[in-house]
Design a protein around this ligand. Structure first.
Ligand code: NAI
Ligand code: UGA
Length: 440
C-alpha cells in the first residue's frame, strides 16, 4: 500500500518506518526542511533505540522516502496519516493549528479513495471537524479516521510493532477494514484491533494517558505521606502490587511525570471538561500534585542547606524526562535547574547520556556539561539524580563519597538501597523513604 505520513517527529517517523518495514511504500512529509534533508541523508534527528538502523534499511530498500512536497506524494497515497504536534496553548487546551494547516495542504491533492487518518492526539470532535473541513474544501465526502498512538518514547519501535491493542475510530466499516489490513502484521499475537466511533477513539487516547498520569500522581502523593509517617514507599509498592487488581506498573514514585504528552493531555482533557461545564476534580488534582512533585528534589536540597544555596555546586545526573530518550519537553530536571539557578547556586554540573545537546540549546553557559557522569562530581557539594538511566544504577559509592565536598545524594528515582549508602557514610535522600522521617 502507498502511505503518506505527515509530520516526522517521534510518532510520525516511527509510524512511517514501521509501516515500511512491513512492506508498504511510505513517504514521510515534513515542513521542516533541515529535518527532511537530514533524513534524506540517512541521519535520524531524534534519539530512539533501533530507529536509525530501521530507517536506513527501509530507505535502502526503496520503501521509505522523505520530502517537503505534498504535491509529489498525496495524489498517489491511499492512507494519509497526520502525526503533527498538538501542543498545549496558554489556556491549557490543545493547539490544533498544525492539523488545520495540513488539511488545507492536503485537500486539493487527495485521491478519490484516500483515507485521512489522525494519529496525533486530538480532543473529541476534531476528526468530525476535519471531515467537514475536507468536504467543504473538496466538494465531496472524504473518509477520515482516528487512530490514536500509544507508543512510549525510548521503546517506540517495540510499542508500535507489538501494540497491546490498535484503536481506530471510523464512520464506515469499510475504512476500518483498510486499517485492519494495514495493522495485521503487528497483531499476530492476537492483540485486538478495536474499531469504534470517532469520538470514542479520540477519548480513549486521553483517558489512557490521564489514567497513567493519575497512577503516577497517586503514588507520588502516597510517597510524600510515607516520608511523614515513617513508612517506605518501596515496601508499600510491593505490598499493594501483588494484588492483581492494583498491579505494579506505572506506580514508581519519582519527581513527577514530564514529557510532551502527560502534562499536555491532562491539561487538554481538563479544558474539554470545562468547555462542557464540568469541573474534573480528579484531573485537577493529578495536575496539581504533579506540579508540586517537580519541586520535591529542590525542596529537599534547600532544606538540607537550610535555605542557603548561594555559591553551592550541584552535580546532576540525568536531564531527559525519562531514560532512553533525548526529549527534554516538560522534563523535571529543568524545573530543578531553574529553581537552583534562582536560589543562587554558583555551578550546576550536568550529565545526560543523550539529552545534553538539547539542554545546551536552552541553557547555554548557565550550566557546565560533562560527557561522563563521574566527571560532574569534582568540586560538587552534592549529587542529584533526576533520570534513572541504567548506567547510574550501579554506582561507585566510595568514589562518589571521596569526590563530593558533602557526602550527600538526592535521588529522585530511588535507585539505591538506603542502608548500603548509610554504611558507606553517605547521606541519602530518596522519594518516600522511611529514613526521611523527622528530617524537617
Ligand atoms: N511523542 C510521543 O511519544 C507521542 C506523541 N503522541 C502525539 O502525536 C503527535 C505528534 O507528537 P510528536 O511526534 O512527539 O511531535 P513532534 O513535535 O516530535 O513532531 C511533529 C512534526 O510535525 C511537523 N509538522 C508541523 N506542521 C506540519 C505541517 N503542516 N506539515 C508537515 N509537517 C508538519 C513538525 O515539523 C515536526 O517535525 C502529538 O499529538 C502527540 O500528542 C502520541 C503518542 C506518543
Ligand atoms: O501519548 C504519549 O505521548 C505517550 O505518553 C506516555 O509515554 P511517554 O511520555 O513517552 O513516557 P512514559 O514512560 O509514559 O513516562 C512518562 C513520564 O512518567 C514518569 N513515570 C512513569 C512511570 C512511573 O511509574 N513513574 C513515573 O514517574 C516518567 O518518568 C516520565 O516522566 C505513555 O506511556 C504512552 O502510552 C503514550 O503514547
Amino acid at each position: 500500500m502507498k502511505i503518506a505520513v505527515i509530520g516526522t517527529g517521534y510518532v510520525g517517523l516511527v509510524t512511517g518506518t514501521c509501516f515500511s518495514e512491513s512492506g508498504n511504500y511510505v513517504t514521510c512529509i515534513d515542513i521542516d526542511e533541515t529535518k527532511v534533508r537530514r533524513l534524506q541523508a540517512g541521519e535520524v534527528p531524534i534519539y530512539e533505540p533501533g530507529l536509525e538502523e530501521m530507517v536506513k534499511r527501509n530507505t535502502k530498500a526503496g520503501r521509505l522516502t522523505f520530502t517537503t512536497s505534498y504535491a509529489d506524494v498525496i495524489p498517489d497515497s491511499k492512507c494519509i496519516f497526520i502525526a503533527v504536534g498538538t501542543p498545549m496553548t496558554a489556556d491549557g487546551s490543545a493547539n490544533l493549528d498544525s492539523i488545520w494547516k495540513v488539511a488545507e495542504s492536503l485537500a486539493p491533492l487527495l485521491a478519490e479513495d484516500a483515507v485521512v487518518i489522525i494519529k496525533s492526539t486530538v480532543p473529541v470532535g476534531t476528526n468530525r471537524k476535519l471531515a467537514e473541513m475536507l468536504k467543504s474544501l473538496t466538494g465531496r465526502e472524504v473518509d477520515v479516521a482516528s487512530n490514536p498512538e500509544f507508543l512510549k518514547e525510548g521503546a517506540a519501535i517495540d510499542d508500535f510493532s507489538k501494540p497491546d491493542r490498535v484503536v481506530v475510530g471510523v464512520s464506515r466499516p469499510e475504512v476500518s477494514d483498510v486499517l485492519h489490513e494495514l495493522y495485521k502484521p503487528f497483531l499476530r499475537t492476537e492483540h485486538p484491533f478495536l474499531s469504534m466511533e470517532l469520538e470514542s477513539a479520540e477519548m480513549t487516547k486521553y483517558v489512557a494517558n490521564c489514567m497513567l498520569a493519575t497512577k503516577i500522581s497517586f503514588i507520588n502523593e502516597m510517597a510524600n505521606l510515607c516520608e511523614r509517617v515513617g513508612a517506605d514507599i518501596n515496601q508499600v509498592r510491593r505490598g499493594i502490587g501483588h494484588d492483581q487488581r492494583i498491579g505494579f506498573s506505572f506506580l514508581f514514585p519519582g519527581v513527577g511525570y514530564g514529557g510532551s504528552c502527560f502534562p499536555k493531555d491532562v491539561s487538554a482533557l481538563i479544558s474539554v471538561a470545562h468547555d462542557r461545564e464540568m469541573e474534573p476534580s480528579i484531573l485537577n488534582a493529578v495536575d496539581q500534585v504533579n506540579t508540586a512533585q517537580k519541586r520535591v528534589l529542590f525542596d529537599k536540597i534547600n532544606r538540607y542547606f537550610e535555605g542557603d544555596l548561594a555559591g553551592k555546586t550541584v552535580a546532576i545526573w540525568g536531564l531527559a524526562f525519562k531514560p532512553k530518550t533525548d526529549d527534554i519537553r516538560e522534563a523535571p530536571a529543568l524545573v530543578l535547574i531553574d529553581l537552583l539557578l534562582e536560589a543562587g547556586v554558583s555551578n550546576i554540573k550536568v550529565h545526560d547520556p543523550v539529552a545534553m545537546e538539547n539542554v545546551k540549546a536552552e541553557y547555554g553557559d548557565k550550566l557546565s556539561y560533562f560527557d561522563h557522569h563521574y566527571d560532574t562530581l569534582d568540586g560538587a557539594d552534592v549529587l542529584v539524580i533526576v533520570t534513572e538511566w541504567n548506567e547510574f544504577r550501579h554506582a561507585d559509592f566510595d568514589y562518589i563519597r571521596h569526590k563530593l565536598t558533602q557526602p550527600v545524594i538526592f535521588d529522585g528515582r530511588n535507585l539505591y538501597e538506603p542502608s548500603k549508602l548509610k554504611a558507606k557514610g553517605i547521606k541519602y535522600f530518596g522519594i518516600g523513604l522511611s529514613s526521611e522521617k523527622n528530617l524537617d
